[in-house]
Ligand binder design. Structure first.
Ligand code: MN
Length: 438
C-alpha cells in the first residue's frame, strides 16, 4: 500500500501558478492520469497528467530526454493511446513516474522551460477513455443505498440476508462506458406497471443516475490465483468518478432473479482523470462494521484494512436542466455524500472479486455502487431523493424532477480535503440525456 512521501508534502508548490491556488483540483500533490488530444484535432490520444489548468503531454515528455530508468519506461508506456500497458507495469513504476513528475513540476525545478514545452491547456483538450476496459463489475457497497432501494423494491424484505457478509456485485457491460461529455438517447425496454397485467415495450420514464466511484485495476492476477486483502491495493491503479445511469422501471421488471441487465448497460460515464491510490494516501481512514453487524470473514479482514482501508472522498451530484442551460444558469446541487460511508473497502472488493480465482486485467473497472450516506439528503440517486418517484424535487428555477428528463445534464464532482494535506480533486463526470431515437 503506498505510503506518504515527498510527493505529498503540503509545502510543495509548482512553478505553474494555477496549481497553487488552493482551489484547483490538480495541485502538484495530485498528478492524475487521463488520455487526451488537442480539441478538434485528428491526433491520436495519448496519456497526460493534470497540473493546475494544464496537461503534461506524456508523449512529448517521453521524447524530451529529461527522464531515465523506471520513470522513463513508465512515461513511454503512459504516452500510448491507452493506459493499459502503463497500468500493467505495477505500482513501483507508477510511483517512479509520480516522483519524477513531482520533481519536474515543483517550484524552482531547473527543467521548467523544457516541461513548459510539453503543456497543453485543459481548456484546449478533449478526452477519451483512459484505457480499454475489458471487464466492468458493479458493486453495491453502500448499505444505506441498498436498504432504501431495497425498501422501495421489496417493502417486506429490504436488505437481503447476504448483504452484510458478502460484497454484492454484478458483472456489467464495458462497451457503453464513456468519458465525461457523454450523451445518450433515452433507452426503451420492457416495462410493467405494478397494476398492469402484462408488460409492454416503451421508453423509460424513470431514468436515473447513480453517484459512484470507479476503481481501475492496474496489474492483474492470473486465472486461478487470488489476491489477498493486504496485497489488494497493489493491484489498484486509481479511482475516478462514475455515473452508473439506470432505468428504474426497466430494472424493477427485469432484476429478479439474475440482477440488472438492460436497466444498466445503455450508458455509464466516468471522469477523464484517474487519481492514483498513491495520491490518496493522505486521505485514508479506519474501517469497521458496526459492532452489532457481522464482522467480515477472515479473508476480508486485516489490521491494515481496519486501520487505513477507507478513503475520505467527498462526492457531489448536480443537475442542469435544458431550461437552466438556455437561461445561462449553472448546475444546481442535488446531493452530497462521502465514500467513507461505504460498507466495504476498495481492498475488500478486489479481494472478494478474486477469491474464487477470477482473473482481473489491467484496465478493468469496478464500480463501487451508489454512495448514499445515512441521511436522506446524502442519497446518490433520484430514486432515493424522490422516495421512489413519490416526492418531486423542486429546483431553484421552479422546475420539478422525480426522474431525469430529456436534456438534463448530470454533473458529478469529488474531492479530498483534510487538515495538514493539500486538497485534491477528481475533476468532473458530466453526462446528458438526449431524447429517444425515433
Ligand atoms: Mn450502480
Amino acid at each position: 500500500m503506498p505510503t506518504l512521501n515527498e510527493t505529498h508534502n503540503p509545502q510543495l508548490t509548482s512553478w505553474l501558478t494555477s496549481a497553487n491556488s488552493g482551489r484547483s483540483d490538480f495541485p502538484i500533490q495530485n498528478l492524475p492520469f487521463a488520455c487526451f488530444r488537442k480539441h478538434g484535432s485528428a491526433d491520436e490520444l495519448r496519456g497526460g497528467v493534470a497540473i493546475g489548468d494544464q496537461i503534461v503531454d506524456l508523449k512529448a515528455l517521453s521524447q524530451a530526454g529529461l527522464l531515465s530508468g523506471l520513470a522513463q519506461a513508465g512515461v513511454e508506456a503512459a504516452a500510448e493511446s491507452s493506459l493499459n500497458n502503463f497500468m500493467s507495469l505495477g505500482n513501483e513504476t507508477w510511483s517512479a513516474v509520480r516522483a519524477a513528475l513531482s520533481a519536474l513540476l515543483k517550484a524552482g525545478a531547473s527543467e521548467e522551460e523544457a516541461v513548459r514545452a510539453c503543456l497543453l491547456p485543459q481548456a484546449d483538450a478533449e478526452y477519451g477513455m483512459p484505457c480499454q476496459v475489458g471487464d466492468y463489475t458493479d458493486f453495491y457497497s453502500s448499505v444505506y443505498h441498498a436498504s432504501s432501494v431495497g425498501a422501495l423494491f421489496r417493502p417486506d424484505n429490504p436488505l437481503l440476508p447476504n448483504y452484510k457478509w458478502v460484497p454484492i456485485a454484478y458483472h456489467g457491460r464495458a462497451s457503453s462506458i464513456g468519458v465525461s461529455g457523454q450523451s445518450f438517447p433515452r433507452p426503451q425496454g420492457q416495462l410493467k406497471a405494478p397494476d398492469a397485467s402484462v408488460p409492454s415495450l416503451g421508453l423509460s420514464k424513470r431514468l436515473d443516475y447513480e453517484l459512484e466511484m470507479g476503481i481501475f485495476i492496474g496489474s492483474g492476477n492470473a486465472l486461478g490465483t487470488t489476491i489477498g486483502i493486504d496485497q489488494a491495493e497493489d493491484h489498484v491503479f486509481g479511482l475516478c468518478l462514475f455515473n452508473d445511469w439506470s432505468a428504474r422501471d426497466i430494472q424493477a421488471w427485469e432484476y429478479q432473479p439474475l440482477g440488472p441487465f438492460l436497466a444498466k448497460n445503455f450508458a455509464s460515464t466516468i471522469s477523464p482523470w484517474i487519481v492514483t491510490v498513491e495520491a490518496l494516501a493522505p486521505f485514508r481512514g479506519s474501517f469497521s462494521h458496526p459492532a452489532e453487524d457481522p464482522q467480515p470473514l477472515p479473508y476480508l479482514s486485516s489490521e491494515q484494512n481496519s486501520s487505513e482501508g477507507s478513503f475520505d472522498i467527498n462526492l457531489a451530484c448536480l443537475l442542469q436542466t435544458e431550461g437552466m442551460r438556455e437561461a445561462g444558469q449553472d448546475a444546481t446541487p442535488l446531493s452530497q455524500s462521502s465514500f467513507t460511508h461505504s460498507y466495504w473497502t476498495v481492498a475488500q472488493m478486489v479481494t472478494h472479486h478474486t477469491v474464487n480465482g477470477c482473473n482481473l486485467n489491467p484496465g478493468d473497472l469496478l464500480g463501487t455502487g451508489t454512495q448514499s450516506g445515512p441521511n436522506h439528503e446524502e442519497a446518490g440517486s433520484l430514486l432515493e431523493l424522490s422516495r421512489g418517484g413519490k416526492e418531486a424535487i423542486t429546483l431553484p428555477n421552479g422546475e420539478k424532477r422525480t426522474f431525469l428528463e430529456d436534456g438534463d445534464t448530470v454533473v458529478m464532482h469529488g474531492y479530498c480535503s483534510r487538515e495538514g494535506a493539500v486538497r485534491i480533486g477528481f475533476g468532473e463526470a458530466v453526462g446528458t440525456v438526449l431524447p429517444a431515437r425515433t
